[in-house]
Design a protein around this ligand. Structure first.
Ligand SMILES: Cc1ncc(COP(=O)(O)O)c(C=O)c1O
Length: 391
């Protein structure tokens, strides 16, 4: 049976060039902090990777802090800037943070956590496309706002937020600005200086690198409480012996992403649009969730009225097609997606929405296969749907 993987926002396959480097590096076991040749060899590789990640986002190598991935980076910033509600606030301004209602759980749940410790949090709404209004950000600013954290590209619907405009507002008010760019980096151009961000989160396994490794960009001069205290690794910002192999893989993934992005961006946008248009032509009452154009290249979140997304997912899986009903981090929850609800989509329609996230291995033939298999599945499920019968 043909197998089609369209869940690249959950994770991506390792790029062949990354695989090659990982294989070559398996026996590089020196501790990068050791002052002998074994350690120096590892240190050189770690620093090469740091330079490669920095190049991908227009940063300086010393502004890149390696960590375990996107969740850690996001925890780090929200907890680190607010010092988890303790009186030692890094910012002299106070302990109010602004974020949005559509963030990934690794921002939203951390915001709730620090809120319970006394930090004040404003969760901004979004419009029908999942867009955050920069004027709304400005209106939410208070005298005690110390951090604004707004994601770059949404993992469920792909909407790309006006990060540059929001960063400008933060700068004008002397507020630290963080963006969770886990879904944007490697897919669209990201330049920390053009954007004007203070902190930026990225993750290896979303850009064809290994899982369990990522990086946080920390602008030179910005202070933050370390999340993990201990040794002096990573400029004393993240203790723990470096995950050398993971970091090497991330460095290679960043290098390859920079090279492949322009072509892949165009190709995936065309594939994604072909998929949606093909489905809309074959299945009545479908809707595209997310911004029609201001969207990540490979992401199409599509609602099929009157049916359950979970049922579609299982039936597609039986045909060898892998998609998702939302983010992988909330896939155990029966609640409709918080992102779709925040966009004003009724719960029953949110339940019938599927995320197709295309990646570098997807082809026109994959799209044709989905266009062949999916419409009869939706028709079949609708025949069994009490909502469809009542319409
Ligand atoms: C937008 C966003 N932020 C953060 C994360 C978490 O990244 P990681 O899986 O590396 O912890 C994800 C992963 O799905 C994501 O999509």
């Amino acid at each position: 049976m043909r197998r089609v993987y369209m869940d690249n926002n959950a994770t991506t396959p390792i790029h062949p060039e990354v695989m090659e480097v990982l294989k070559e590096s398996l026996d590089l076991y020196g501790n990068a902090s050791s002052h002998h040749s074994f350690g120096t060899e590892a240190r050189e590789k770690v620093e090469e990777a740091r330079a490669s990640v920095a190049r991908l986002i227009g940063a300086q190598p010393e502004e890149i802090v390696f960590n375990s991935g996107g969740s850690e980076g996001n925890n780090y910033v929200v907890k680190g800037v607010t010092c988890e509600g303790r009186a030692c606030s890094i910012s002299s301004r106070g302990n109010h943070i602004i974020t949005s209602s559509i963030e990934h759980p690794s921002v939203l749940n951390v915001a709730k956590c620090v809120e319970s410790l006394g930090v004040e949090v404003t969760y901004l709404p979004v419009d029908q496309y999942g867009l955050i209004d920069p004027d709304g950000v400005e209106k939410a600013v208070k005298d005690n706002t110390c951090l604004i954290s707004i994601m770059f590209g949404n993992n469920e619907v792909g909407t790309i937020e006006p990060i540059e405009e929001i960063a400008e507002i933060a700068k004008r008010h002397d507020i630290l600005f963080h963006t969770d760019a886990v879904q944007a980096v490697g897919k669209i151009p990201v330049d920390v200086n053009k954007l004007g961000v203070d902190f930026l989160t990225l993750s290896g396994h979303k850009i064809y690198g290994p899982k369990g490794v990522g990086a946080l960009y920390v602008r030179k001069g910005r202070k933050i409480c370390p999340l993990i205290e201990g040794g002096h690794q990573e400029m004393s910002l993240r203790a723990g012996t470096e995950n050398t192999l993971g970091i090497i893989g991330l460095g290679k993934a960043a290098e390859v992403a920079a090279k492949e992005m322009p072509g892949e961006r165009k190709r995936l946008t065309a594939l994604r649009d072909g998929l949606y248009e093909g489905l809309a032509a074959r299945v009545e009452e479908t809707r595209l969730n997310g911004h029609p154009t201001q969207r990540l290249p490979g992401t199409a979140n599509i609602g099929f009225k009157y049916v359950e997304g979970e049922s579609i997912l299982l039936r597609l899986d039986m045909e060898g097609i892998a998609v998702s009903t939302g983010s992988a981090c909330t896939s155990d929850s029966l609640e409709p997606s918080h992102v779709l609800l925040a966009m004003g989509i009724p719960p029953e329609e949110a339940h019938g929405s599927m995320r197709f996230s295309l990646g570098r291995e997807n082809t026109d033939e994959d799209v044709d296969y989905v266009l062949e298999k999916l419409p009869p599945i939706v028709q079949d499920l609708r025949q069994m749907s009490p909502l469809y019968a009542k319409k």
